[in-house]
Design a protein around this ligand. Structure first.
Ligand code: PLP
Length: 461
């Protein structure tokens, strides 16, 4: 399987190279040259399989020869063994035709564990085989950072640096990043917002001298291997509800568009998905784009669903690449325009996007009201991100079963949950001492040079 950049000017790579590289050298994102497809009976044969067995079947065709069957099987098994639920991604029913896919039973209580735990295992396998050391730098609005740290802590050939916006993540999110004791883990509190963190990360990747010196690797949601790992639960949940013989729809609380793009890939592979609904909070660039055909930046207004507080949505570039008929030049041009504020999507590309995606937005009040009403009606306590999804899904219910992705555990956002529902959302017992562990964090200014020097010094590279 070959991977090409959405901007058409970076080397073509295999799966392992694309995974270790992250962002392409032309600033683009790697996508498969062609998406493999399943026959109807191959999807039907997934009924009743374990999460791990389905994961193997879904991911195998994308991975090529770089990982053997035994290596992939072992990586998958280790990735999900620490989850707190035997089903890994259990479905619960919220209403007559509405289901919730609980993706928060991993070690950091958010869906990002599904991808991060797996790529931790795959990185380790590949680096040991190659005898290489790397530096992982991530930017996080909260959940990516802790998921990355949890996946890479204690690994010999990896240093992990996570940039997070100082004061803009929840206490639980911050403590999950600042309390691990392993020497290879470095939490950096940046004086700025999430987009500043993300911009610094991009700048480091575009500084080739630095990138090569420290062996920079990215595990942000632009990493193709992460998207791939997330395709799996679209299959397990749809098959549990009767696919391929019955269609399903999905609503996905969306920020950087990685999770919903995985749903789009599942659909390309042959999973019968009727609607893929983008759910945004008040930072609604994606919803506005779907409504107007113009992709334009606005400032970020902090919300009670902070992991979706974004100004631009990096993985949206992958959808644009397909919408523009896989014309890397066209995408590169649009991305230059985005740097100076935004652009109008061409009519053909806009029609393509509307064919594949619907969208909706939930205000802060609607999100709070949904946490309360869902608790009152079903007893399910939603985190604010999942509540954004449930609200938008409610507006898109129809004859086809709707699956809303629950992206985090309510205990990660206890203040909002308490205010909305009156409920204390308790951490699972395995994490109950989190608030008492000692924190270790370095404050950094919003300045590329300072951050690069710090990484040089710490890694000695
Ligand atoms: C990261 C995150 C999201 C957004 O996911 P994307 O893949 O960036 O769209 C939503 N909810 C939670 C809890 C998250 O951590």
């Amino acid at each position: 399987m070959k991977y090409v950049s959405t901007r058409g000017a970076a080397p073509v790579l295999n799966f392992e190279e694309a995974m270790l590289t992250g962002l392409a050298r032309d600033g683009g994102l790697y996508v498969p040259e062609a998406v493999p497809t399943f026959a109807v009976d191959e999807i039907a044969a997934m009924a009743g399989l374990s999460y791990e067995d389905t994961a193997f079947r879904v991911m195998r065709p994308f991975i090529g020869d770089e990982f053997s069957d035994a290596e992939l099987t072992s990586a998958i098994r280790k990735a999900y063994q620490g989850f707190g639920h035997a089903a890994r991604a259990p479905l619960v029913q919220l209403g007559p035709n509405h289901f919730l896919l609980e993706l928060f039973h991993g070690p950091t209580l958010a869906f990002k564990d599904f991808a991060m735990q797996l790529i931790g295992q795959l990185f380790q396998t590949a680096l040991e085989r190659r005898g290489e050391k790397i530096t992982i730098v991530g930017a996080t609005s909260g959940d990516t950072g802790s998921a990355a740290i949890e996946a890479f802590r204690g690994l010999d050939n990896v240093d992990v640096f996570i940039l997070f916006p100082d004061g803009r993540v929840s206490d639980v999110q911050r403590r999950q990043m600042t309390t691990p004791v392993e020497k290879n883990v470095h939490a950096l509190a940046l004086d700025g917002d999430f987009d500043d963190c993300q911009a610094k990360l991009k700048d480091m990747f575009n500084d080739f001298e630095f990138r090569d010196a420290v062996g920079l690797a990215g595990v942000n949601s632009i990493n193709w291997a992460r998207v791939l790992a997330q395709v799996v639960y679209y299959f397990t949940s749809a098959v549990a509800l009767g696919a391929p013989h019955r269609k399903v729809s999905f609503t996905v609380p969306t920020g950087n568009f990685g999770d919903i793009f995985a749903g789009y890939i599942a659909k390309q592979m042959g999973l019968p998905i009727e609607k893929l609904v983008i759910a945004t909070n008040q930072n609604d660039i994606l919803h506005r784009t779907m409504e107007t055909g113009a992709y334009t930046k606005a400032g970020v207004t902090p919300s009670i669903s902070p992991s979706m507080d974004i100004q631009v949505s990096s993985n949206f570039e992958r959808a644009l690449f397909d919408a523009y008929g896989r014309d890397g030049n066209a995408v590169a041009g649009q991305m230059t325009d985005l740097a100076s504020g935004g652009f109008e999507i061409s009519q053909g590309a806009y029609d393509f996007l509307k064919d594949h995606f619907a969208s909706g937005r939930a205000s802060e009040e609607e999100t709070m009201a949904t946490i309360k009403s869902t608790y009152d009606r079903t007893g399910e306590v939603l985190c604010p991100h999942s509540a954004v999804g449930v609200k938008v899904a409610d507006d898109h219910l129809g004859a086809t079963p709707m699956i809303t992705l629950a992206t985090a555990h309510p205990a990660k956002f206890p203040a909002a949950v308490k205010e909305a529902s009156g409920r204390d959302a308790a951490l699972p017992p395995r994490m109950s001492d989190l608030m008492n562990r000692e924190e270790r964090v370095t404050k950094v200014p919003n300045d590329l040079n300072t951050i690069e020097m710090l990484i040089h010094n710490v890694t000695g590279r």
